[in-house]
Design a protein around this ligand. Structure first.
Ligand code: GDP
Ligand code: IMO
Ligand code: MG
Length: 419
């Protein structure tokens, strides 16, 4: 049996916290896509930790964590992260497995990411510059190196791939010295040899056969999906529930619950369309109250109202069965809340996400709600939540036709309420 937790917006919905919260109900927690572009924040014994590569179940000592084949792995980031969690008392080697089919991010992938962004001038994607796009390009272009390759003539294959990249970098006129990156990379490859490198697909299917419970942890968000997001301002993987099948080697009939996470408002980091973005004091207030700065890059996140057109689309594409709403406490002091329930595209009313969103005048149509103006961060049961908040949530439930089953009212492990 496999359940999925994924983001329904443009990332940073609170996946790390929610996976950590649900982990006790599962045997295996598996990442199926993305790489160190992800930044998943958890609070463990009141200490903040941000995970980029390791699944968010790592702080539960009896749980297996798997980095699936659909992930792209930066071994340098991975090594650092292992050291961070070790300092917090985690015996990471005990229960952490890596698929041999996972593609490796090599230093020239990162250089290419940077060179590509520079070449775009004013049309930058706003990439995290972690080498994600170039690594997935090498996977689909059938050039990449995988974790299982580290034992097969690795240096020779590495040099061949690097030579290809060098030609591209020369075309871009990129001439930064990457010697230090390479030294770190090869040191981290040695570190990787100490891990349980497995056939992820046999491993996980055996667990399913044994009746174990699997939790697939998404990275990024549905609106950043390479097929269904706001292309080209997207990431380079399938962030949606379908990605679980290809990213872990799991057949679709094994997937049961799809938990979709949305903030009570909306954020985006990087460039690209964001219909409900607020450029005014309210946007600034959300950023400040919500501490909306990137977990991976520290960039200020763009903030706006919740967008039900995009959320309905994400629920449809993912087959979401339950919604988890996070950061509801950030709206505590706002008297007038807005919920976008349709778009006006070039003056015409639309209730679907349009093909072309970039350089198009998309005006959000809002329904207003009175705010609850109550501090809810200490509330621990649904009936004690303010009536105005229940009205806000009920409207969203009815609009999306998917129940909001959990409400997160603070970053802490236990700040979550079942509806
Ligand atoms: P992820 O990438 O989806 O895991 O999300 P991030 O970790 O990048 O960003 C979410 C941020 O919101 C983190 O700093 C979390 O600690 C924090 N957070 C998660 N849920 C809540 C919540 O309900 N309330 C508040 N105030 N913060 C939350
Ligand atoms: P988590 O898992 C928010 C965004 C980048 C950029 C675009 C492409 O923490 O939610 P990439 O580096 O993937 O080539 O960048 O995608 N992006 C994210 N935004 N949260 C993330 O991950 C993101 N990962 C990538 O800002 O706009
Ligand atoms: Mg994040």
């Amino acid at each position: 049996m496999v359940d999925v937790i994924l983001g329904l917006q443009w990332g940073d919905e609170g996946k790390g916290k929610i996976v950590d919260y649900f982990a006790p109900n599962y045997d295996v927690i598996a990442r199926f896509q993305g790489g160190p572009n992800a930044g998943h924040t958890l609070y463990v014994n009141d200490k903040k930790v941000v995970l980029h590569q390791i699944p968010s179940g790592i702080f539960h000592p009896d749980k297996i964590n798997l980095i699936g084949n659909g992930v792209v792995l930066d071994v340098v980031t991975f090594k650092k992260e292992c050291e961070t969690v070790a300092a917090m008392g985690v015996d990471y080697k005990k229960n952490l497995y890596i698929s041999e089919r996972t593609h490796l991010i090599i230093p020239t992938h990162r250089a290419l990411d940077k060179a590509s962004e520079i070449s775009k001038g004013n049309d930058k994607i706003g990439s995290t510059l972690k080498g994600i796009g170039p690594t997935y390009m090498d996977k689909t272009g059938r050039n990449g190196l995988r974790v299982g390759d580290i034992n097969n003539n690795f240096k020779v294959e590495y040099d061949k791939l690097k030579a290809k990249h060098q030609q591209m970098l020369d075309n871009y006129g990129f001439d930064e010295d990457i010697t230090q990156w390479e030294n770190d990379f090869f040191e981290a490859i040695e570190f990787l040899r100490g891990f349980k490198i497995v056939s992820g697909e046999y491993f996980i299917n055996q667990k399913i056969k044994e009746g174990k419970r699997i939790l697939a942890e998404g990275a990024q968000g549905s609106m950043l999906d390479v097929d269904f997001g706001t292309f080209p301002f997207v990431t380079s993987s399938n962030t949606i529930s379908a990605g679980v099948c290809t990213g872990l080697g799991i057949a679709p009939q094994h997937i049961k619950e799809v938990f979709g996470i949305t903030k009570a408002y909306c954020t985006r980091v990087g460039s690209g369309p964001f219909p409900t973005e607020l450029h005014d004091d309210m946007g600034e207030l959300l950023r400040k109250t919500g501490n909306e700065f990137g977990s991976t890059t520290g960039r200020p996140r763009r903030c706006g109202w919740i967008d039900l057109v995009a959320l309905q689309f994400a629920c449809m594409i993912n087959g979401v069965t339950q919604i988890i709403m996070t950061k509801t406490d950030i709206l505590d002091n706002i008297a007038d809340l807005q919920v976008c329930n349709s778009y006006k595209v070039n003056g015409e009313q639309k209730d679907q996400v349009p093909f072309q969103m970039n350089n198009v005048n998309i005006e959000p149509v809002y329904k207003s709600f009175g705010g609850w103006l109550t501090n809810i961060s200490a509330v621990d049961n649904f009936s004690a939540l303010p009536q105005k908040m229940k009205e806000y949530i009920t409207y969203i439930n009815e609009f999306l036709q998917v129940p909001v089953k959990y409400i997160s009212n603070g970053p802490g492990r236990d700040q979550i309420i079942e509806a």
